[in-house]
Design a protein around this ligand. Structure first.
Ligand code: ADP
Ligand code: MG
Length: 590
């Protein structure tokens, strides 16, 4: 904010036009970089088409200006919309195809810009550029240079405020979760495709706005301004300022803009200079040199996040309210990976208000079974239902939204989130709040935001991590990471939770907290499925046990029945002893 105010008054403090022009250019660059950051830094998708969107905004403004629409607000709106259109047209196929396609599509888009302009050279002027743009007006009044400068600053401030509001909302958290892992994202109900498309489409808006502002700056645009070199400059500024950052774009853009200006022969050496920035940015951010700018940016970002988090929240209690569990019915599902039959004809039933344990030696198919239930793999045959609703065949984020949440055998914890934020990620699919509501900070957004915090504190207290709420989530020790996952799986009001070996790596105290929690969840009515190596714990917690061996259910029954089953005891004991020789069995004799 302070920086914004200073920028606003700069021309009135006797700054030369050359200088104001540089500031305006760096703000426009910052807008484009900020759009890229939404993809690269937050969604984790390398998409560089923002130069094409910038061009789209610029040519839209230029052409409608020549047609007599000089009103700058109308131009900004039109430019943003056309850029959004370009984003959607290139983003949908690019993202549908997955993998590196978006990077390729958007790369191609940049190379296409001069050709498209040439094809329509009647109106765009082709390589000679578009001349005859009329000076912009604001509410019918011709804008002075100072007014235009103010407009550029205001547009930038407004966009960065929007960007900040998005990033600190649950959508921002969702983007980081997605960057960490699409599997994790879909496990909390995030549609990977839609989220990536949203980031790409949103990122096109500031690029389009920058294009409009650029077109009205010199009243002349040509394909020169939208080349591959410029795209590299944007990428370098993003990396230099920190891609996963709100305000890094401003710093990265300023450094590159003023840096380029110092270089006399920029036309010739632009790419080399950009490359140097890219490299030095890379070094700074791999943690080699603690860059001053980087620390400043981190502080600013952190401040923005804390502001939102520090709303008054009443102290949360660690209570488990009654839960409406659902009956999970898995009927004769099979799955093979190539020639390896991981599951064959497996049927499992898990009832509400009961703990169903799945045990078996390593490689017997326990995790695969959970992955099938969560919708990560399609089944070769069989059915999976939640009460009467068939969930088999749904994509994983839909299974999550239907009420199945889970933890991962290897905890999946997003980077650069605090513990409480990582847990809140699990609320993504509960009562929805749109990005527009997040940008405008509507009362509904604020209410849900408060509820997210309150719920996160409640479940953190449930798993005994209340004190760690502000620590870095990815810095937690293994036991705590598992408990964090349990908290995340509980926060979205699930009907069924699937816990994959959550007890391994926990110390005695943590085990007690976990066992007590599982009991309380069962008593509250939740359907709890645990995959567990610790036989003692299973006997203590389970109402029903399924024993898997080589992808088939070799036995199932109550703990007492399983303990009395000589075949299970023998085989299980044998295999477990082979595997790690630990004291996992014989608990019944204690
Ligand atoms: P468990 O969790 O009981 O230790 P898993 O379900 O992880 O066992 O694995 C069961 C079998 O399926 C193993 O032979 C494993 O190698 C195989 N498997 C699991 N996931 C995959 C996969 N994505 N691709 C190929 N094989 C897999
Ligand atoms: Mg496993």
């Amino acid at each position: 904010m302070g920086v914004g105010v200073v920028l606003l008054f700069m021309p009135f403090l006797g700054m030369s036009y050359g200088m104001t022009r540089q500031v305006m250019l760096s703000l426009m660059l910052a807008l484009i970089v900020s759009g890229l950051n939404l993809n690269l830094g937050y969604a984790g998708e390398l998409a560089m088409g923002h130069i094409a969107m910038y061009a789209a905004g610029a040519y839209t403004a230029g052409l409608i200006s020549k047609a007599g629409v000089t009103e700058i607000w109308i131009q900004l709106l039109a430019g943003a919309l056309v850029a959004l259109g370009v984003g959607l047209i290139s983003g949908i196929p690019g993202l549908r195809l997955g993998g590196w396609s978006l990077a390729m599509t958007s790369f191609f888009l940049i190379l296409l810009v001069p050709d498209i302009l040439s094809i329509f050279k009647e109106s765009t002027g082709g390589r000679n550029g578009l001349t005859g743009i009329v000076p912009p007006t604001l509410f019918g009044q011709l804008m002075s240079e100072k007014q235009y400068y103010l407009l550029v600053v205001v547009v930038t401030i407004v966009w960065f405020a929007c960007m900040r509001n998005i990033v600190v909302s649950r959508h921002g958290t969702a983007l980081r979760v997605l960057k960490q892992s699409p599997v994790l994202a879909s496990s909390v109900g995030i549609s990977v495709f839609r989220m990536k498309l949203t980031a790409y489409a949103l990122g096109s808006l500031p690029a389009g706005l920058a294009g409009v502002l650029f077109a009205n700056l010199d009243m002349y645009i040509s394909p020169e301004a939208f080349t591959f070199t410029v795209a590299m400059t944007v990428l370098a500024a993003s990396v230099f300022g920190g891609s996963a950052s709100i305000y890094g774009a401003l710093i990265g853009a300023a450094v590159l803009q003023f840096g380029m200006n110092q270089a006399t022969n920029f036309q010739e050496y632009g790419l080399i200079i950009t490359g140097l920035f890219l490299l030095s940015g890379g070094v700074l951010f791999s943690g080699g040199i603690a860059g001053l700018g980087q620390n400043l940016v981190r502080k600013l970002d952190k401040l923005a996040r804390e502001r939102v988090g520090s709303q008054l929240v009443p102290a949360a209690t660690a209570e488990v309210a009654p839960i409406q569990g659902a009956r999970l019915m898995v009927e004769s599902i099979s799955k093979s990976f190539g020639g390896n039959q991981a599951l064959s004809q497996v049927s499992v039933e898990a009832k509400p208000g009961a703990v169903t344990a799945i045990i078996g030696p390593n490689g017997s198919g326990k995790t695969t079974l959970l992955n099938m239930i969560s919708g990560y793999y399609s089944t070769d045959e069989g059915s999976i239902a939640l009460d009467t609703e068939e969930i088999h065949g749904l994509s994983s984020y839909r299974v999550a939204r239907a009420g199945v949440s889970r933890t991962f055998q290897t905890p999946n914890i997003p980077e650069k989130l605090s513990v409480i934020e990582a847990v809140e990620a699990g609320r993504y699919a509960t009562e929805r709040v749109s990005i527009l509501q997040a940008i405008l900070r509507t009362p509904k957004f604020k209410r849900i935001r408060r509820e997210d915090r309150l719920e996160a504190e409640r479940v953190l207290n449930l798993v005994g991590l209340g004190e760690q709420r502000d620590s870095d989530a990815d810095a937690l020790p293994l036991g705590n990471r598992r408990l964090l996952e349990v908290a995340r799986s509980l926060i979205g009001a699930p009907k069924v939770i699937l816990l994959d070996e959550v007890a391994s790596g926990l110390d005695e105290d943590e085990l007690d907290v976990l066992a007590d929690l599982v009991n309380r969840l069962r008593d509250a009515g939740l359907t709890v499925v645990i995959v567990e190596h610790n036989f003692q714990l299973v006997l203590r917690l389970a109402d029903e046990i399924y024993v898997l061996a080589q992808g088939t259910v070799m036995a199932h029954g109550t703990p007492a029945e399983i303990e009395r089953n000589p075949r299970v005891m023998e085989e299980y004991l044998g295999v477990i002893n082979d595997a790690d020789g630990s004291n996992l069995i014989g608990a019944g004799n204690d």
